[in-house]
Design a protein around this ligand. Sequence first.
Ligand SMILES: Cc1cc2nc3c(=O)[nH]c(=O)nc-3n(C[C@H](O)[C@H](O)[C@H](O)COP(=O)(O)OP(=O)(O)OC[C@H]3O[C@@H](n4cnc5c(N)ncnc54)[C@H](O)[C@@H]3O)c2cc1C
Ligand code: SF4
Length: 332
Amino acid sequence: MHPFILERPRDLSAALALRAQSGRNDAPAEYIAGGTDMVQLLQEYVRRPERLVSLAGLLDNRIEVGTQGLRLGTAATMAEVAAYPAVIEQFPVIAEALLNSASPQVRNQATVGGNLLQRTRCPYFRDVGYAACNKRAPGSGCAAIGGENRWHAVLGTSENCIATNASDLAVALVALDAAVEVRGASGKRTVPLIDFYRLPDATPHIETVLEAGEVLTAITVPVSPAARRSHYLKVRDRASFEFAVVSAAVALEMDGARIHHARIALGGVGTKPWRVPQVEAALAGATLDPAPLRSAAALAAQGAQGHGHNDFKIELMQRAIVRAVEIAGARA
Ligand SMILES: Cc1cc2nc3c(=O)[nH]c(=O)nc-3n(C[C@H](O)[C@H](O)[C@H](O)COP(=O)(O)OP(=O)(O)OC[C@H]3O[C@@H](n4cnc5c(N)ncnc54)[C@H](O)[C@@H]3O)c2cc1C
Ligand code: SF4
C-alpha cells in the first residue's frame, strides 16, 4: 500500500484550498470520498499521492425530486439513490444502472460523485507491472492496442488509448441529459455530463474537464416524460459484481404505439459514455417491431473500430439497443 497523509479539513473551502495546490491527475494531493476505487489504486501503487483530502461530511448527500427534476448531492451513496422511491418511479434507468453496479457492500460505501470519477478498469492501467500505459504514465505507449483488448472501447478511441469509462451511472445520466455542479476555488459552474468527459486523443491521462482542485457537488437531471419510460440493460460476464461488456440506457417518449422521441447512451463500448443521436433520430416515428429497431440500432456502428478481441462489441451493442428499447417501450 502506498503510504499517505490523510487530511480531514473542517469545511469544503479548506478542502478546496488543500487540493488546489496540486495538479490534475497523479497529483501530490487527491480527494477521497467512499474510497472504494481510490484505495484499490493505492494498494496497487497505481496512484501515489502524498496526501488524501477526505470529503467525508463536507458535501451534500440529499436526494431531491421536484418539478424541475432530480438533484443528487454527490455524497449520496449508490445504495441510497438506488433505493429512493421517487428515483425508482420517475427515473428507473438510474436505479437500474446503480443496482447493476458492483456489490451491495460497495454500493453502501461508494458515493455517486466518486462513481462518476472512478478510473478505468483497463487491466494494463491497474497493473504497474506493465510499463506501457499512456493514461498512467503519459508517453509510455498503450499495451492494450495489440494486447488483450476484449474489455476495451470501439468508439471514441485514439492511437494513444482505447480504455472504456467504467461508470454505469454515467451512462444512464448521459441518456437523461444530466449535468454536474462543480465547485472550485474560483467559484461554481455547471457542466452537461456529456461534455464533462474528454476523449483520450493525445492526452488520455486527462479524463474530464475538471480543473485542478475542483469538486463535484451535485448531479441534476431534468424532468422529462421519457425518464419514466426508461431502462438500463447491462451485458456482463457474470450476473453480479461485474463491469459492463456492453450496456444500453434507453429513455422513450411514446406517441401511442410509436416512438416519439428516444434517448440512448451506451456503456462498455466508448472511451466516455456514448450517446447515439443518429440512432435516436432513426427511431423517431418507429414502432417497436424488430425490423425498424434493428435498422435504427445498426447506425450505432458508425465510426466504430474494433481492435481484435473486442470486435464482437460492435454487433452486441446493436442487439443491446434493440432489447433495451423493447423493454422500455413495454413499460406503462
Ligand atoms: C469490486 C468492485 C466492483 C465494481 N463494479 C462496478 C460496476 O459494475 N459499475 C460501476 O459503475 N462501478 C463499479 N465499481 C466502481 C465503484 O462504483 C466505484 O469504486 C465507486 O462508485 C467510487 O465511489 P467512491 O465514493 O468510493 O469514490 P473514491 O474511491 O473515494 O474516489 C474515486 C475518485 O473520485 C474522486 N472523487 C470522489 N468524490 C469526488 C467529488 N465529489 N469531487 C471530485 N472528485 C471526487 C477521487 O479523488 C477519486 O479520484 C466497482 C467497484 C468495485 C470495488
Ligand atoms: S487502453 Fe488506455 S488505460 Fe489501457 S493500457 Fe492503453 S493507454 Fe493505458
